[in-house]
Design a protein around this ligand. Structure first.
Ligand SMILES: Nc1ncnc2c1ncn2[C@@H]1O[C@H](COP(=O)(O)OP(=O)(O)O)[C@@H](O)[C@H]1O
Ligand SMILES: [Mg+2]
Length: 408
């Protein structure tokens, strides 16, 4: 297993019903959820779940209703006791904790945000946000300070004296998030936190969570039944079905290589244009000019390669622009500086994490491939127009095949 795992889940099972141990005995281990229900009346909610989450990772559990997501996320708090297996957080075995350890862990190390906010109607926004700190025994002044800070983080500064009923759903969920953040947990659990919100507000909350995570770098386990939400938020996604994890992967992996037809069905209508990034389809430039080699070398490289033009970089591999043979022949640059001055920089570029859908307009406007420039100005690759279309059509042809199969 992953050595720098912060959260480790190993062979976790959950049976709802009488005598889980008997169900977990060999005779039923291989039976399906339906068979177990039929033969024993017990519900197998989790079957042999194992995965790990790295520190600072946003890990998504995705699956249809009833697939076991809530059961799984609740075992992290031991609101539900697993029937077998272990869960550890930052090296501490949560499944082995006694009452006192568990209480300490729940107060200081982990927080949960629920779908239905779970706010106290007769508490102000501030007192709601400070609730976890209060039960954790934090003195009042410090409580106030930390709760105000958390409210500011979620964009609710100025709302501290209001009561939940005067807030919109989106704002109430921000209070829920502030309450979870106020205790500065190492692990944040979120069970369909945005599912109750209108689509527009929901997308806005997703965007804000992405922004927040850029600065907070929390370890987050996020549950959703919505693939688009999973793809947008997850560093990695675990797909659950009938109490099992059937695939774990990055959004790209899940979309481009679905583990089976169940995942395939899920991802069928996920547009790769909204998932794949420039980095994913970038290639090395065939010819590259190095400014310090000077104009004569640049001309020779282009001529030898039978190329009209090429991108140019400096010694730090920073992108300088595009230079053509025609430019060189017309302007007759004599020095390295002349050559650099010749490089045209006005062509459209992109960054490694731009989505394909954002590349279309750039590609349409430019007769060159799109240079991919990282945060330090370096050329990391080029995106060809063809590559954009190829990556889109690969996925749609598998869709075709699948439709064909389902007809026959
Ligand atoms: N307390 C319970 N008693 C019996 N069965 C339960 C209980 N809680 C959940 N289940 C069953 O366990 C399965 C997983 O449920 P749940 O974890 O809530 O799924 P999800 O959150 O993915 O919708 C379902 O079949 C559900 O009916
Ligand atoms: Mg659920």
């Amino acid at each position: 297993m992953d050595d720098d795992a912060f959260v480790r889940v190993e062979h976790v099972w959950k049976v709802f019903g009488k005598d889980p141990k008997r169900i977990l005995a060999a005779e039923h281990r291989e039976s399906s959820k339906d068979e177990i229900l039929e033969k024993t009346g017990a519900v197998l909610a989790m079957r042999d779940i194992s995965f790990s989450v790295r520190k600072g990772e946003l890990f998504v559990l995705m699956g249809l209703s009833g697939s076991g997501k809530s059961t799984l996320i609740r075992t992290f708090l031991r609101l539900i006791e697993p029937s077998a297996g272990t869960i550890s957080v930052d090296g501490a075995d949560v499944t082995a904790m006694d009452r006192e350890q568990l209480q300490d862990y729940r107060r200081h190390r982990v927080s949960m945000v629920f779908q239905h906010y779970g706010l106290f109607p007769h508490y102000t926004v501030l007192d709601n946000a400070a609730y976890g700190l209060k039960t954790g025994g934090v003195p009042e002044a410090e409580r106030r300070e930390k709760a105000l800070e958390a409210l500011e983080t979620v964009g609710l500064a100025g709302w501290e004296d209001y009561y939940p009923h005067s807030l919109s759903g989106g704002m109430q969920q921000r209070v829920g998030l502030a309450r979870a953040l106020a205790t500065e947990p190492d692990l944040l659990l979120m069970d369909e936190p945005f599912s109750g919100l209108d689509p527009l507000i929901r997308r806005q909350m997703q965007d804000e969570l992405v922004d927040l995570q850029d600065t907070l770098h929390k370890t987050i386990i996020f549950v959703t039944h919505d693939l688009h939400e999973a793809l947008k938020l997850g560093d990695r996604i675990a797909i659950m079905r009938n109490g099992e994890i059937i695939q774990i992967g990055t959004p790209e992996e899940v979309v481009t290589a679905p583990a089976d037809s169940y995942v395939q069905e899920f991802v069928q209508d996920a547009s790769p244009a909204k998932v794949l990034t420039a980095e994913h389809i970038a290639e090395d430039p065939e010819v590259l000019l190095y400014a310090w080699e000077g104009p004569r070398t640049a001309r020779r490289i282009l001529a030898d390669a039978r190329r009209e033009w090429a991108f140019m970089v400096n010694k730090r591999h920073e992108y300088l622009g595009v230079v053509s043979i025609d430019d060189i022949d017309r302007e007759k640059p004599l020095s390295v500086d002349d050559l650099r001055a010749l490089a045209r920089k006005q062509i459209g570029t992109c960054s490694p994490d731009d989505f394909l859908e954002d590349l279309f307009p750039i590609a349409a406007e430019s007769r060159y491939p799109i240079p991919v420039i990282d945060g330090r100005g370096r050329l990391t690759g080029v995106v060809r127009y063809r590559a954009i279309f190829d990556s889109l059509s690969t996925t749609s042809s598998t869709e075709q095949e699948d439709k064909h199969v389902s007809v026959s």
